[in-house]
Design a protein around this ligand. Structure first.
Ligand SMILES: Nc1nc2c(c(=O)[nH]1)N[C@H]1C(S)=C(S)[C@@H](COP(=O)(O)OP(=O)(O)OC[C@H]3O[C@@H](n4cnc5c(N)ncnc54)[C@H](O)[C@@H]3O)O[C@H]1N2
Ligand code: MOO
Length: 398
């Protein structure tokens, strides 16, 4: 009995555990998920400072326009031996980010002044408190900048660095071994003989995993032989938190993966999902480690990787996977024929009209051994089972 897509996702979620936490330098944390909240190590801004290049003064000393004030010092944006102090009735030169002298309550930007030798004329009115960034204006020491479960993206690095965070606690990214199968597959670049084809699943899996910050430990080719398959799975389970095999999960004479997985003590989580492509997906678990037996057709590998493997990886990293399917588009171009009993995954092009509407157009060449349309496709649409061609679809970017 084929599992529905939702049941398959739920079964995989139930078999997936978050990995342990490790502390890593901030610069190595991109693609990782926070296992503890990241907190500010000090107030932000750290000290009250000037927002502009100009002059720090007491607002009460501005009684007329133009107002002349003698200059009594200079504050650069740099380490200070002691906090600067402003004498009453004077102004101090101050640069952007410089610490506001005690006694000062206002900064007059340079453009509103005229410089004399040892004094300035303030020529335009300024309100009290102008161009000052007060200590703690943005947040206080100890406040949470990013919650547990946040994926560290390049956008998060600067907010954490500016708050003095030098390392963070993240979930260990899964160690992944990729196994390709099939005696017709050539993965070492040697000359193709009649009946042979180049490996495309190994490179596509390695490329996607690397783009998620988790390059595989290794991509290994396994001959179509039961004992070799068992040995390769045993070694992969020993080294990895997740094993991705491709091929050998259907009903062919050399489809050894499910039997070999059982033989080494893995528990079947599911086998066969009501979807096209990717139907013969096999998932098993051993001691908290997961095997995804991806059906060999390259289109099927892509779909199962993006829909199931990706969410399991995020969950191992301690993150609730995003709701990719909340994106909607109107179908344009050729109608898309649904399957009566299975979800269809269709590669296509998303584009936006000038007034912001989102359209999806299916591409040709959808068969699961064909991948040429990935040169144009930027989206994968989910077509629910049924008999009526959809007028709109849910989709995710690829
Ligand atoms: N009698 C049936 N035959 C098939 C069924 C079925 O239900 N009954 N399912 C079909 C579907 S759907 C798929 S998908 C495939 C999946 O089969 P396997 O996982 O056992 O995959 P293989 O037979 O090993 O390979 C399928 C196909 O993919 C090519 N392939 C495999 N690995 C690679 C690689 N690394 N790089 C490029 N191409 C690869 C392989 O040459 C085959 O053409 O089974 C259908 N048959
Ligand atoms: O499910 Mo298979 O991937 O259609 O060829």
């Amino acid at each position: 009995m084929l599992k529905s897509v939702e049941d398959a996702l739920n079964l995989i979620a139930a078999a997936t555990q978050p990995l342990h936490a490790v502390r890593v330098p901030l610069t190595e944390a991109v693609h990782c998920v926070l296992a503890e909240p990241a907190r500010a190590h000090f107030d932000l801004p750290r000290f009250t400072q000037s927002a502009v290049d100009g002059y720090a003064l007491r607002h009460q000393d501005l009684t007329a326009l133009p107002q002349t004030l003698p200059l009594s010092g200079h504050v650069a944006a740099a380490a200070q031996s002691q906090a600067p102090d402003l004498k009453p009735g004077t102004a101090m030169r101050i640069l952007t980010g410089g610490m506001l002298p005690s006694g000062a309550d206002t900064v007059v930007r340079q453009e509103k002044t005229r410089k004399r030798n040892a004094a300035i004329d303030i020529v335009e009115a300024v309100g009290p408190g102008t161009d000052i960034r007060p200590q703690g204006e943005e947040c206080r020491e100890g406040s949470v900048i990013a919650k547990v479960g946040t994926l560290v993206t390049p956008a998060l690095i600067a907010p954490l660095a500016t708050a003095g965070v030098e390392n963070v606690s993240v979930r260990q990214p899964p160690r992944i071994v990729v196994l390709t199968t099939g005696d017709e597959i050539v993965s070492d670049g040697s000359k193709l003989r009649l009946g042979q084809i180049p490996d495309s699943n190994g490179p596509q899996l390695a490329a996607w995993l690397t783009s998620w910050g988790i390059p595989p430990l290794r991509v290994e080719h396994v001959p179509d032989h039961e004992a070799d398959t068992r040995n390769a799975l045993e070694r992969a389970f020993a080294d990895a938190d997740m094993v991705l095999s491709c091929g050998g999960v259907s009903v062919g004479d050399h489809d050894y993966v499910p039997a070999a997985a059982r033989a080494i003590g893995a528990r079947e989580v599911l086998w066969k999902v009501a979807q096209k492509p990717g139907m013969p997906l096999f998932v098993a678990e051993r001691a908290g480690r997961l095997l995804f037996g991806l059906p060999g057709n390259p289109g099927s590998v892509l779909v199962n990787l993006l829909i199931y493997v990706r969410t399991a990886i995020l969950r191992m990293q301690g993150m609730e996977p995003p709701r990719e399917w909340s994106r909607f588009a109107t179908v344009k171009g050729e109608t898309i024929q649904p399957e009566p009993t299975r979800v269809r995954w269709v590669r296509g092009i998303i584009d936006y009209t000038d007034d912001g509407r989102c359209n999806f157009e299916a591409l040709g060449g959808q068969a699961s051994h064909m991948l040429g349309n990935l040169a144009q496709a930027n989206a994968l649409a989910r077509i629910p089972r049924g008999s009526t061609a959809p007028t709109w679809v849910r989709w995710m970017p690829i």
